[in-house]
Design a protein around this ligand. Structure first.
Ligand SMILES: Cc1cc2nc3c(=O)[nH]c(=O)nc-3n(C[C@H](O)[C@H](O)[C@H](O)COP(=O)(O)OP(=O)(O)OC[C@H]3O[C@@H](n4cnc5c(N)ncnc54)[C@H](O)[C@@H]3O)c2cc1C
Length: 425
């Protein structure tokens, strides 16, 4: 039986529910593969609109990235709207830009409507190491304001020290519509909401084959789901189930540590307003306080999603570079998780045939996008596909050299960006 990875989140989850394994043949309108945010958000929107829904999950609800991530509610996409403006036509870009802040609103609405306890806090900071990154943040503020975000504030070198106790940054951008959550408790709360609306969730039930056609059938080792539509939401953990999707995306690992609980005084000194922070490097560090005042610190990327041998050894030095004052603080938890990278770093969205839909590959920033994905997938299944098609129109390309070359290619790319980050160019 696959359990949640050993993490601070699993140790502090507020529900210990085992959903049953699928042992039967069931019928429904929509079968969803994967119980991360994409699958759960899609299920909730569909159930709210009267569809019958079954989710099959290979392991546990929130087993994947959704139950292990940094917990940062980051707006927009892993490449920003200006890149989208240059990639697709004006109409598509304005549709996608208008959706860039919707995911965060959906999370807050879900938390309020279903009473989900997940330590939700408002406020996220992008921190700049140099003037070039600061200029980028100024441009990002103008861009995001153009698309309706009026909750932004530039922080100069003095102001940023008021929100994070390190002298590494020259400034930053505060987004009060960003924020942070306990990611696994959000996923578990959403799963409980799915069940409360009559949805079915089966754990330990991997989809091992999809018979496509008018009435597709999703097979698990001991059961099957016959439905009108299938939504594939397995992201970095999907493997080769849908071969068409594999060459244009690559699973990557990123690592997180959690300290022991800090004293109230120390926690307040580090992050007085309790905002989350991510820096502006390509290979970025991200951190925040948990509900019980641990510092949750993430960073690093392992291309190809191999598990690194000693996570603490990789991440602790990064944490101490930012906060040398934590030298004596113990690390209680260290874990890794996989996100799905695309070459453009934009989400990979579309349909195969008339009734098999997918959304994946949000490349590192997916907490907000995956919640939006649920909404646009549900719209598309109801026949209103304009917003879905705006995402589906984003071009995607195979990683050069094909699957075998994905890892070396991206590792080269990472080395290049690491050098750029270090030189501040
Ligand atoms: C360590 C880490 C830190 C991150 N930090 C942040 C952050 O701070 N902010 C942010 O915005 N984003 C962050 N991300 C990215 C974000 O977590 C993801 O983009 C998002 O959670 C993806 O959700 P998902 O539902 O698409 O995929 P997942 O959450 O990975 O869910 C996919 C699910 O599908 C299941 N599955 C796969 N194959 C099958 C199958 N064949 N049959 C049945 N089930 C299957 C898996 O078991 C899994 O539960 C982070 C990611 C990681 C790994």
């Amino acid at each position: 039986m696959q359990q949640h990875t050993t993490s601070y989140y699993a140790a502090s989850r507020n529900q210990h529910v085992d959903y049953p394994e699928l042992l039967d043949s069931v019928e429904c309108d929509v079968c969803i593969i994967g119980a991360g945010y994409t699958g759960l958000s899609t299920a909730l929107f569909l159930l709210e609109q009267g569809f019958t829904v079954t989710i099959v999950e290979a392991a546990k609800v929130g087993f994947g990235a959704s139950g292990r991530n940094g917990g940062q509610i980051v707006n927009s996409y892993s490449r920003d709207i200006d890149v989208i403006e240059r990639t697709v036509g004006a109409r598509q870009a304005s549709l996608l830009g208008a959706m860039a802040f919707e995911g965060g609103r959906i999370i807050r609405e879900r938390v309020a409507r279903y009473g989900i306890e997940c330590d939700l806090k408002d406020g996220g900071v992008f921190a700049a190491f140099n003037d070039k990154q600061m200029k980028h943040l100024e441009a990002q503020k103008r861009l995001w304001e153009r698309y309706g975000n009026d909750q932004l504030e530039l922080l100069d070198s003095r102001r940023i020290r008021d929100v994070v106790a390190t002298n590494r940054y020259v400034g930053g951008l505060l987004d009060m519509s960003g924020g942070h959550i306990h990611p696994l408790n959000l996923a578990l709360g959403e799963a409980a909401a799915v069940v409360s609306l009559g949805g079915n969730i089966y754990e330990q039930s991997p989809a091992i084959r999809i018979d496509r056609g008018d009435r597709p059938v999703v097979h698990t080792p001991k059961g099957q789901v016959r439905s009108r539509f299938v939504v594939v939401a397995g992201n970095a953990y999907l493997g080769g189930l849908v071969p068409e999707l594999a060459s244009k995306s690559m699973p990557c690992g990123t690592q997180v540590i959690a300290t022991e609980p800090l004293s109230e005084e120390l926690a307040h000194r580090l992050l007085p307003q309790d905002y989350c922070v991510e820096d502006c490097n390509y290979l970025l560090d991200y951190y925040r306080l948990s509900g019980d005042r641990r510092l949750i610190y993430g960073g690093g990327v392992v291309y190809g999603a191999r598990d690194p041998a000693n996570i603490e050894k990789i991440i602790r030095p990064k944490m101490l570079k930012t906060f040398p004052q934590l030298a004596k603080v113990k690390i209680d938890f260290a874990w890794t998780g996989n996100f799905l990278l695309t070459l453009s770093r934009l989400p990979q969205v579309g349909r195969l045939g008339d009734n098999l839909y997918y959304s994946q590959g949000c490349s590192g920033h997916g907490v907000t996008y995956t919640h939006l994905a649920g909404k646009i997938l549900a719209e598309a299944l109801r026949g209103q596909a304009e917003r879905f098609d705006a995402f589906a129109s984003l071009p995607h390309y195979p990683f050069p050299g094909g699957r075998m070359m994905q890892v070396p290619f991206s590792a080269l790319g990472a080395a290049y960006y690491q050098l750029r980050d270090r030189l501040g160019v």
